[in-house]
Design a protein around this ligand. Structure first.
Ligand SMILES: [Fe+2]
Length: 271
């Protein structure tokens, strides 16, 4: 029972057997029922996120705090190594370290709560991620996030905090602006579902679909270090390009799995 409640609401993988229209209506019905009324302290940010699907904050931390963070990060040496996509990917959970030492990041919890009109939101997963390409390694692009994809078919939020300068070949997050789920016609997802059923396991957002729905090319989020991006990753997006010498050091806060049946039920009861 607890496991069912904690399961995140999902997208194509779980819902491929039913219509996206039915699924979307069901999710939005649940999300709306759990809404509360309270004072909005981050109204401008929340409105920009809802309208543009994206907010970019340069110089998020004060210089001395940013340097302190870099110093703390440099002490971490037990990262998990993952290979398979043509580059070296290392990551480590920071959930128990970052909010305590750098409460600046807790502001995002308030923004996310206001975004959903929720009184309660679970602690996000916060990861340190280091992507680095030192040599050319071939890999199968077909099943990687280098393909355009949508994390969910309803609004879901992540933040990306750049710890180094990210240029166009430093794995910049790349987003098709204006494609958050709230901006897309449901027919778009129905068509994507048809592609998914035809070729399950692969990303259904084909060039043909992009043309049909006038989807813009993904825009590379190239920004200097100390830039924070909060993005609704229901929008079409992909992992950015890289070449030999590319590097990106990132802190990613992920609220994607925080929107579960348990979260909705808890907010409904708190309502
Ligand atoms: Fe994604």
């Amino acid at each position: 029972m607890f496991r069912i409640l904690s399961k995140p609401l999902s997208s194509f993988t779980y819902s491929s057997l039913i219509s996206q229209k039915m699924y979307s209506n069901y999710i939005h019905f649940l999300l709306n029922r759990a809404k509360s009324k309270f004072e909005m302290k981050n109204l401008d940010t929340v409105n920009t996120l809802k309208d543009k699907g994206l907010i970019i904050i340069k110089n998020f931390l004060k210089e001395e705090r940013f340097n302190k963070l870099l110093n703390e990060i440099s002490k971490i040496d037990d990262l998990e190594e993952i290979h398979g996509e043509g580059f070296n990917f290392r990551k480590r959970q920071l959930s128990h370290f970052l909010p305590e030492l750098f409460p600046e990041f807790n502001k995002m919890n308030e923004i996310i709560k206001e975004f959903y009109s929720f009184k309660y939101i679970p602690t996000p997963s916060i990861n340190l991620q280091i992507n680095e390409c030192n040599e050319k390694i071939s890999y199968d692009i077909k099943n990687t996030s280098e393909n355009l994809h949508s994390d969910r078919i309803y609004s879901c939020l992540k933040y990306f905090f750049y710890l180094n300068d990210v240029g166009e070949f430093d794995f910049p997050l790349s987003i098709c602006e204006g494609t958050s789920s709230s901006k897309m016609k449901i027919e778009f997802y129905e068509d994507a579902l048809k592609n998914f059923k035809r070729d399950p396991g692969y990303f259904p957002f084909t060039d043909e679909l992009k043309r049909k729905y006038d989807i813009p090319d993904p825009k590379k989020m190239c920004f200097p270090k100390n830039t924070l991006i909060i993005a609704d990753t229901s929008a079409l997006h992909k992992r950015g390009d890289f070449k030999i010498g590319s590097k990106r050091i990132l802190i990613q806060g992920n609220y994607q799995n925080a929107i579960s049946y348990k979260t909705i039920l808890k907010n409904f009861l708190l309502g």
